[in-house]
Ligand binder design. Structure first.
Ligand SMILES: Cc1cc2nc3c(=O)[nH]c(=O)nc-3n(C[C@H](O)[C@H](O)[C@H](O)COP(=O)(O)OP(=O)(O)OC[C@H]3O[C@@H](n4cnc5c(N)ncnc54)[C@H](O)[C@@H]3O)c2cc1C
Length: 290
C-alpha cells in the first residue's frame, strides 16, 4: 500500500490531490484484507477504475483508494461468456470479444472505463447499458464476497446500489454469436457518431450531469443558457458538447465544480430542472444548494 498518491494521474480530467492510501490488489483475498484493514481503522474506501467519471478534491482524499490490478484486471472467454476482472478496461474486453466474433458489447466501445466502473455506474450508450449484458458480479466488502446480478444491484440509468466500501472484483458478461467484421463495423459506427458530437480528444470526465427525465437533455439546456465555451481558469464547458467540461490546461477540480454550479443554477432558473451530477465526487466536494 502506498501513501499520498496523486490522483490527477489516475483521472481522465487530470485533476485531484493525493489519496491518503492507495492500493492495487491483485486477488480477491488481497482485496478483502485491504477492505477489512480499512474497516477496522474506520478508513473510508473508494474504488477507482480508469477514473473516467470522477472528480477528486484538489486537497486530496482522506481514504483508501483501491485500483484493481493483475488478474483482477484481466479478461478471458468461456464460450459466449466474458469473464473479466473488475479492473479490466472495456476496450480490452471488446478487443477479445471482437476477435472471437462475439457481439453485444459494442455499446461500450467509446466508454473509456473499466467493467467494475461500468457496473457501478450502469454505464451505457446508444440504447444499451451494462445491465443488458451482466450475468453477475462478484462484489467484495469488509464482510466478505458475494455474487449478485443486475436486479440485486438495482441497476438503472447511471445507478447501482453499490456503496463506497463495495468493490466489483469480477464480472461475467453474456455475449452473443456475431462475427468479427460485424462487431468491428458496429463499434466503428458508434465511435464515429461519438466523435461527431463529443470532445473525444480532450481531457474530460464524460457527462457532467444526468439527463433529467422528460427534459431536452442536460447538454442542450446548458447550451441554451449560453454557457458553451464558458471558462473558469483552465476548466471550460466544452464548445462541442455542453454536458462536458474540458481541462484546457492547468484546470483544478475546484474550477470544474464552479462551472458545474453555474450551469446547474442557470438551468434551474431557466428550465426549472434540478440537474443531478453523473460524475462521482471523491473527497469532500459538493455543489451549493439551489
Ligand atoms: C470521453 C468520455 C466519454 C464517456 N462516455 C460515456 C458514455 O457514453 N456512457 C457512460 O455511461 N459513461 C461515459 N463516460 C463516463 C465513464 O467512462 C463511465 O462512467 C465508466 O463506466 C466509468 O468507468 P471507470 O472505470 O473509469 O470508473 P471511475 O470513473 O474510476 O469510477 C466511477 C465510479 O465507479 C466506481 N468504481 C470504479 N471501479 C469500481 C469497482 N471495481 N467496483 C466498484 N465501484 C467502482 C467509483 O468508485 C466511482 O464511483 C465517458 C467518459 C469519458 C471521459
Amino acid at each position: 500500500m502506498d501513501e499520498n498518491v496523486p490522483l490527477a494521474r489516475y483521472t481522465t480530467i487530470g485533476t485531484g490531490g493525493p489519496a491518503r492510501w492507495f492500493a492495487r490488489p491483485e486477488s480477491i483475498d488481497e482485496l478483502h484484507d485491504l477492505l477489512a484493514w480499512a474497516h477496522d481503522r474506520r478508513v473510508d474506501v473508494e474504488a477507482i477504475g480508469l477514473g473516467s467519471n470522477v472528480l477528486a478534491h484538489d486537497e486530496g482524499v482522506d481514504a483508501l483508494v483501491v485500483k484493481l490490478a493483475g488478474p483482477l484486471a484481466q479478461v478471458e472467454l468461456d464460450g459466449e461468456v466474458l469473464l473479466a476482472g473488475g479492473g479490466a478496461a472495456n476496450a480490452v474486453c471488446l478487443h477479445l470479444a471482437r476477435a472471437a466474433g462475439l457481439g453485444g458489447f459494442e455499446f461500450a466501445s467509446a466508454i473509456p472505463g473499466t467493467v467494475g466502473g461500468g457496473v457501478c455506474m450502469n454505464a451505457g450508450a446508444y440504447g444499451r447499458e451494462f445491465r443488458d449484458v451482466l450475468l453477475d458480479a462478484t462484489v467484495v466488502d469488509h464482510t466478505g464476497v458475494r455474487s449478485v446480478d443486475a436486479a440485486q444491484l438495482d441497476l438503472a440509468y447511471r445507478h447501482s446500489n453499490l456503496g463506497p466500501g463495495a468493490v466489483v472484483a469480477r464480472v461475467r458478461l453474456r455475449l452473443e454469436t456475431s462475427s468479427t467484421d460485424a462487431v468491428k463495423t458496429r463499434a466503428a459506427e458508434l465511435l464515429a457518431q461519438r466523435k461527431a458530437t463529443q470532445p473525444t480528444n480532450k481531457r474530460t470526465f464524460g457527462s457532467v450531469f444526468k439527463n433529467p427525465e422528460g427534459s431536452p437533455g442536460a447538454g442542450r439546456m446548458i447550451e441554451q443558457c449560453g454557457l458553451k465555451g464558458h471558462a473558469v481558469g483552465g476548466a471550460v464547458i466544452s464548445p462541442r458538447h455542453a454536458n462536458f467540461i474540458e481541462n484546457a490546461g492547468g484546470a483544478t477540480s475546484a474550477q470544474c465544480l464552479e462551472l458545474m454550479a453555474a450551469a446547474r443554477r442557470q438551468v434551474h432558473e431557466r428550465f426549472g430542472y434540478t440537474l443531478e451530477h453523473e460524475v462521482r465526487f471523491l473527497g469532500p466536494l459538493a455543489l451549493p444548494e439551489l
